[in-house]
Unconditional design. Structure first.
Length: 82
């Protein structure tokens, strides 16, 4: 960060999403994708990360919604594998 922050541990996250929110987003943008769910009876622990405004305020990039970021990520993988 070019000396603009003290050294330390920072959580560089913008969202806290569940696995099901990711699945719903993928299904919305790719309705033909096949999903297989296993161990549906298990309740897994959640890992929630506190959004660290100290580092997030230094981000000067385009503000995108979670869905828009997922589309950008998908497009990156598609174009990088050509």
């Amino acid at each position: 960060m070019g000396g603009r922050l003290d050294s330390g541990v920072y959580n560089l996250v913008e969202y806290n999403k569940s696995v099901m929110e990711l699945v719903e987003n993928i299904q919305k943008n790719h309705p033909n994708i096949e999903m297989n769910f296993t161990n549906q009876h298990l309740e897994l622990p959640q890992q929630m990360v506190k959004i660290d405004e100290r580092i997030l305020k230094l981000y000067n990039g385009e503000k995108l919604s979670f869905e828009e970021e997922m589309i950008v990520l998908k497009n990156h993988f598609e174009t990088s594998s050509i």
